[in-house]
Ligand binder design. Sequence first.
Ligand code: HSE
Length: 316
Amino acid sequence: MTKIYAPASIGNLGVGFDILGAAITPINNKLLGDCVSIKLSKKFKLTNIGKFSSELPKLYKNNIAWKSWSIFSKKLKIKKNVHITLEKNLPISSGLGSSASSIVSTLTALNIFFKNPLKKNKLLYLMGKIEKEISGGKHYDNVAPSYLGGVRLIIENEKKISQKIKYFKNWYWIIAWPGIKLSTIISRSILPKKYSRKICIQHSKYISCFIHASYTNQENLASSSIKDVLAEPYRKKLIKNFSQHKKRVQKLGSIAFGISGSGPTIFSICKNKKIAKKIKKYFLEKYIQTKNGFSHICKIDSVGSRKIGNNFNEII
Ligand code: HSE
């Protein structure tokens, strides 16, 4: 049976609220993301397995895999039924694009299973629709990178939803999830409805500088442009000792630091493995709050969702 994997992702990337995101993969060659496999069945059936499956809603109609199947089968008027196995490897409400990973793995698996009836853009559109329903706001910055890989800018014009952005391959992305939940709905609800002209100008400056620097190979300009004036000033209150962690990792050699998606996962960027290991150690000692929490040194995942083998050891 084909198993589809969809990688974790860093929404916003610290500078592009709702419009920039990246898929990530740990450097230890293990995988960080949910997996889905599909087979035909007389009745609809959903089996949840994986490290975080006990956190999933008990009612299958509240499960993302069901929602994905429901919208997909209605759109394509599919009369058959399926048995979906969801391997929930990402913690829920973690800021690592956990819901996106479930949506992307399910819809990619369904599309492949039914011989690719939907083209990439159409499938991505459905992914965004489900994400909106779950998180309380339309945003493609997790589903697009998890599905298509790389760093993605959300452009949403008539022809295309997202655009691949050039990135620095030498950068290490250290992520840390403290082991506690923070719902995206709550994290979005505390943000202002309106921003001042000053903030809008600052935001435009940082995001355009980041994109420009990425294409002109100016690493320092790119990393110094990773500044979040839209969400971080409000969300950092939800993250324990945020400003202290920011200062400490900077001293260790971090070139940028921010909240991954809507948190509570945080991320740091650095240019070499030795520093990455120090930052990971710091996160493990100072940011992890429960036994489930973790930190990983990652690179950008350039592939996105894909078929993988059945070896469960491949997953973190
Ligand atoms: N862009 C979204 C947000 C990402 O910050 O709310 C959620 O993971």
